[in-house]
Design a protein around this ligand. Structure first.
Ligand code: HEC
Ligand SMILES: [Cu+2]
Length: 431
């Protein structure tokens, strides 16, 4: 019996594949999945849940009555018992009853549902506003008036595992395809208004635990809001199907206490240069310190590397800023650091087209192994990454240091041994 149930449940879940309802709130594996809608963590989501349950029980009651009468009639008035059928037809009383009763049921369901709907649409008196923009294939979050804005992209581990022939078992990846590098962070108990739009194609923003879901449409701004009651991490995703990677742009929203949120916001403002590394996902090193150090590192590498023209300006920058480590001694390690960081940037931004091995995907996406562009002048390659070319999108939105890192990575990986390195300053000049 339990096997049967598990089988049916598996079947139901397969049918629901892609439906986040099956992966609600805390359960993060299929085994822990709920059968039902999640109750969620907002007053609105509780109302939605209760409406759903009310409608469900009304349906159950109707089913019991209708099927009860049907089965009883089939049984009690079967032909062997009553060979001669009755000849009555038409009853005005019955017709009036079966019109009025469903009408009352519908009214009974519609009135509370309309009340909730009106509350859902009331975005007035919000405590703060976040603008959400959908991109292929990521989300951007802008804290309006706070000067904080960042992209939120599928986390690196999921992205690696999802590649064709990655050899990584998705079951070993925590929150596979449901995790991002940068969480959308909001305070609990505050009414947060979201302005929703898209930059390229239509996307859809859905977090079941908040019971909010709306389309993000280029040229339009949709509004929605939430007020989360309990601190926690809630997951959702883009709901649009018509495009390659909508299924790979999850949403993770973290509700923090007011003080924790204030601290997070302050840190984000201080060092937004910050961290492609996921700040929520246990990054033990102070993330904000990283980019500054790397830019210095990049400058130092350039300065000491004969291949690239060593500008006195860059040397000076390295000298004054690189207090902790003498530039010369740090150079070989920093180049490795640059390549290591470049690998991360590559996995998030480039791997989908050029593949993990750099071999590309014929015929559209060229191989970077032995590529003439990669082996050619470094400035030209930086420009191509900044501006894009034909089917390659521009990456100007990445930070100088990240572009320097990824360019350095491609020139010194996949068997490429160009040997030189780019610097953040160099990238800044070519913008
Ligand atoms: C959406 C797919 C896509 C992504 C993502 C992408 N590229 Fe490309 N890339 C292309 C295409 C297509 C070309 C060929 C452009 C052309 O010459 O028409 C190309 C060309 C290149 C070339 C030149 C190769 C050659 O020999 O012509 C380099 C170098 C390169 N990309 C690096 C990168 C880097 C670094 C990233 C990540 C920051 C990246 N690409 C992300 C599609 C992509
Ligand atoms: Cu999408």
């Amino acid at each position: 019996m339990s096997n049967l149930i598990r089988g049916l449940r598996g079947l139901a879940l397969t049918g629901l594949a892609g439906s986040f309802a099956a992966h609600a709130a805390t359960p993060d594996t299929v085994e822990n999945a709920y059968w039902n809608l999640p109750k969620g963590v907002t007053d609105i989501s509780h109302e939605v849940f209760n409406l759903h349950m009310a409608a469900f029980w009304v349906c159950v009651a109707i089913a019991v009555v209708v099927f009860g009468v049907m089965f009883y009639s089939v049984f009690a008035h079967r032909r062997s018992k009553n060979p001669v059928p009755a000849t009555f037809h038409h009853s005005t009383t019955v017709e009036i009853i079966w019109t009025i009763v469903p009408f009352l049921i519908l009214i009974g369901l519609a009135v509370p549902a309309a009340g909730t709907l009106i509350k859902q649409y009331d975005t007035r008196n919000a405590d703060m506003t976040v603008k959400i923009t959908g991109y292929q294939w990521k989300w951007q979050y802008e804290y309006v008036g706070e000067n904080v804005s960042f992209f939120s992209t599928l986390d690196e581990k999921s992205n690696e595992a999802r590649q064709l022939g990655s050899g990584i078992d998705p079951k070993t990846v925590p929150n596979y395809l449901r995790n991002v590098d940068n969480y959308l962070v909001v305070p609990v108990g505050k009414k947060v208004r979201f302005l929703l739009t898209a930059n390229d194609v239509i996307h859809g923003w859905w977090v079941p635990d908040l019971a909010i879901k709306k389309d993000a449409i280029p040229g339009f701004i949709n509004e929605m809001w939430t007020k989360i009651n309990e601190p926690g991490v809630y997951r959702g995703g883009c709901t649009v199907l018509c495009g390659r990677d909508h299924g790979f742009m999850p949403i993770v929203i973290e509700a923090k206490s007011e003080t924790d949120y204030a601290a997070w916001l302050a840190a984000k403002k201080g060092g937004d240069a910050a961290a492609p590394a996921a700040e929520p996902a246990a990054a033990p090193t102070p993330a904000a310190a990283l980019p500054a150090k790397l830019e210095v590192a990049a400058a130092a590498t350039t300065a000491t590397d004969a291949v690239v023209d060593a500008k006195p300006v860059q040397l000076a920058a390295a000298d004054t800023a690189a207090a902790p480590a003498p530039a010369a001694a740090a150079a070989p390690a920093t180049k490795e650091e640059l390549i290591a960081r470049g690998e991360k940037v590559y996995k998030v931004n480039c791997m989908a087209c050029h593949q993990a091995t750099g071999a590309g995907l014929a015929p559209t996406f060229p191989s970077l192994i032995g590529s003439a562009v990669v082996a050619g002048p470094i400035d030209a390659q930086i420009k191509q990454v900044l501006n894009g070319k034909n089917a390659m999108p521009p990456f100007a939105r990445l930070k100088d240091a990240d572009i320097a890192a990824v360019v350095t990575y491609t020139r010194n990986s996949f068997g490429n041994k160009v040997g030189d390195a780019a610097s953040a300053e160099q990238v800044a000049k070519l913008r």
